[in-house]
Design a binder for this molecule. Structure first.
Ligand code: K7E
Ligand code: RUQ
Ligand code: CUA
Ligand code: CA
Length: 640
């Protein structure tokens, strides 16, 4: 892979071999700090940057006590949580459990969290595994408004919502009729009502085609398997509608005017084997006309599938050939594209070619023209299809007209100018669209820049999720961490600023200015219907074999020093933390009963269990809260 360059670059890119050697040395000398020293990085890892002006993004190294200027909302991967980072330092501040139980919070243990996660008729959790890929946040006027974030679980096709005031997951929706739920993107405004200038829908793509309904029939007819595109209501989290499509859905993007959503398709072949999925030279970027789809639903032009009551409209190719009535438009894109990203000027969707070395630029105004019958062929909406390098996956933006695309196979990020690419595609071969390349360590997937997917893209920092870390960290046995790298993009040349090991496998993330979030650090008692508002309400309340234990915590004591139940009772324990001081969290563990959870200031949580083991059980506070933390206990006596 030495000396690779796209056709319109004048000089070959720095030799990969030489880079690998110097990087390995740099790794040895500075690898033990969380973040490689910037000076070392800019002389060894990014030789192309020597002499480059070093923009205003400044140092990622914060002094003790200094706060970060950006929040990063990161997918937690298999742990099914959402990670909150501070950037540019890269410090992890919080993990918000969503899809998978969490032993600190008691997520999946408390009744409140189990209700959100979903249970089987016997009360046990429906799912305990997760695979979260994409995080996106709610918009207003094209920028983040700090209300919600959403994250997907690919394994069980679930969409979780995070409240960004308390930084907790408050709802999870399982999508019907789909498998391999992958891309998500909130809309940015309503396509029809100008007063709704904020997010009210979340669009969800699904990768895997399945028999519909998936109840055991037609399993051998793989050519009849189908995929759907799903719209979830941002407020209620109910599924609003689905679109039956040809091909499948990978990543998803939405337009700034609210009129269009799109998903890249890598399997227009409807293949069931990978060889079949890559047999066609071109796949597609599939556009959805949101207003028309919702009108069709209103007009009753839908069916339902299986036991689901969700309206399903027909978005297949054959039934959407007439632009004047079409709900969908299939724009052809080279071989198995992956990411699709909306440029911050609102004009373009960029598709990354994956198996094709190209980036495709689709002009949204032209897609709308096609729907209006003013563009003859939908593929005329393609205004550039240019070579970027091997294995393009995702694109971020700096708000100065440039895209930053990850090249998985080349282990690079390429910086390119979108308008120059359009000129080049139109025939001006002097237009230099590739502006810079930087080697990353190694095999990058997602990339995102500060504020990249908003009208306020600020072009300061770029984070790159590298799938392989190889030699970048101390060896820890067979399982390597991944490498989340930070790149300063404020100058002309990209400058590598940091390596961060991360447990597998985060995919996507967003980086937003800290002032866009308004966190509340203490709950309100009224947030919880079961709140025990006064220690005097504490006690053991029996109704047959059902026992309710009400308790409060106030450092360093629980309101009940002991409580007694009988073997075989169904016990519901409700605990309200009456400490209203910031940062004063208590925990509650019951030995041998598999119970541990926390209550934050003024939070209420409850657990329900059968008291099946007689004896004395010291319930204790698991969260260091006071000099008498170790003494903060209560005794559960279960009478034989
Ligand atoms: Cu490219 Cu799931 Cu967004 Cu991984 S996906 S990288
Ligand atoms: S006790 S400070 Cu286990 Cu030493 Cu915690
Ligand atoms: Cu309460 Cu520790
Ligand atoms: Ca394909």
């Amino acid at each position: 892979s030495q000396g690779k360059k796209s056709p319109n670059e004048s000089a070959p890119v720095t030799g990969r071999r030489r880079f690998l050697n110097t990087a390995a040395l740099a790794g040895l000398s500075v690898g033990f700090v969380g973040c490689t020293d910037k000076t070392a990085a800019s002389t060894s890892a990014a030789p192309a940057a020597s002499g480059a002006s070093h923009g205003e993004a400044s140092s990622p190294h914060l002094k003790p006590g200094e706060l970060d200027t950006y929040y990063g909302l990161w997918s937690g991967g298999h742990t099914g949580d959402l990670r909150v980072l501070g950037l540019p330092s890269g410090r992890e501040i919080l993990r918000i459990p969503c899809f998978v139980p969490d032993a600190l919070v008691g997520w999946g243990i408390t009744n409140e969290s189990k209700k959100i996660m979903g249970t089987k008729p016997d009360g046990s959790l429906r799912y305990t595994v997760g695979d979260s890929h994409h995080v996106h946040a709610s918009y207003k006027d094209g920028n983040y408004d700090g209300r919600y974030a959403w994250i997907n679980d690919k394994i069980n096709s679930r969409l979780a919502r995070i409240r960004l005031d308390y930084f907790v997951c408050d709802k999870i929706t399982e999508l019907p009729n789909v498998q391999g739920f992958h891309g998500i993107f909130p809309d940015k405004r309503d396509p029809v009502d100008p007063a709704i200038n904020y997010t009210t829908r979340v669009f969800c793509g699904s990768e895997f085609q399945i028999p519909l309904p998936n109840q055991g029939q037609g399993t051998d007819k793989t050519d009849q398997y189908r995929s759907m595109f799903t719209c979830v209501d941002a407020e209620t989290m109910e599924v609003r509608w689905q679109v039956l499509i040809d091909g499948n859905c990978d990543l998803t993007a939405t337009s700034y005017d609210g009129k269009l959503a799109a998903t890249n398709q890598y399997n227009v072949e409807n293949g069931a084997r990978y060889e079949d999925m890559m047999s066609a030279e071109r796949d597609a970027c599939l556009f959805f006309n949101i207003a028309r789809i919702e009108q069709a639903v209103k007009d009753g032009k839908f069916r339902t599938v299986g036991t689901s009551k969700v309206p399903v409209v027909d978005g297949t190719r054959a039934n959407n050939a007439d632009p004047k009535t079409a709900l969908t438009a299939y724009v052809s894109v080279p071989k198995n594209p992956h990411g699709v990203n909306a440029s911050p000027d609102g004009k373009y969707f960029i598709c990354a070619g994956k198996l094709s070395p190209t980036g495709t630029v689709i002009e949204l105004a032209k897609v709308l023209d096609w729907f209006d019958g003013k563009l003859e062929k939908i593929d005329q909406a393609i205004v550039a299809e240019v070579e970027l390098g091997l294995g393009p996956l995702h694109t971020a933006f700096d708000g100065r007209g440039n895209g930053y695309t990850t090249l998985f196979l080349d282990s690079q990020v390429v910086k390119w100018n979108i308008e120059a690419a359009i000129k080049f595609h139109a025939g001006d071969k002097t237009a230099k669209y590739v502006l810079d390349r930087i080697d990353v360590q190694y095999q990058p997937g997602h990339v995102n820049a500060s504020q990249s997917e908003t009208v306020a893209a600020d072009g300061k920092w770029l984070a790159v999720g590298c799938k392989f870390s190889k030699d970048r960290f101390l060896p820890v046995g067979p399982l390597h961490p991944e490498n989340e790298q930070l790149i300063d993009i404020s100058g002309e040349k990209m400058v590598l600023a940091g390596d961060h090991p991360v447990r597998g496998e985060p995919h996507d993330f967003i980086i937003l200015k800290r002032e866009l979030l308004r966190p509340k650090q203490v709950y309100a008692l009224d947030d919880f219907p079961l709140a025990v508002k006064d220690p005097k309400e504490s006690g053991v309340f029996r109704s047959g074999r059902k026992v309710t234990v009400k308790m409060t915590s106030l450092a360093p004591a629980f309101s009940l020093r002991e409580f007694t139940v009988k073997k075989g009772d169904e016990v519901t324990l409700i605990l309200t933390n009456l400490d209203k001081v910031e940062d004063l969290t208590h925990g509650f563990a019951i030995p041998k009963y598999n119970v541990n959870f926390i209550v934050n200031p003024l939070e209420t949580a409850s657990v329900t269990f059968i008291a099946d083991q007689p004896g004395v059980f010291w319930c204790y506070c698991t969260h260091f809260c006071h000099a008498l933390h170790l003494e903060m206990r209560t005794r559960m006596i279960v009478e034989a």
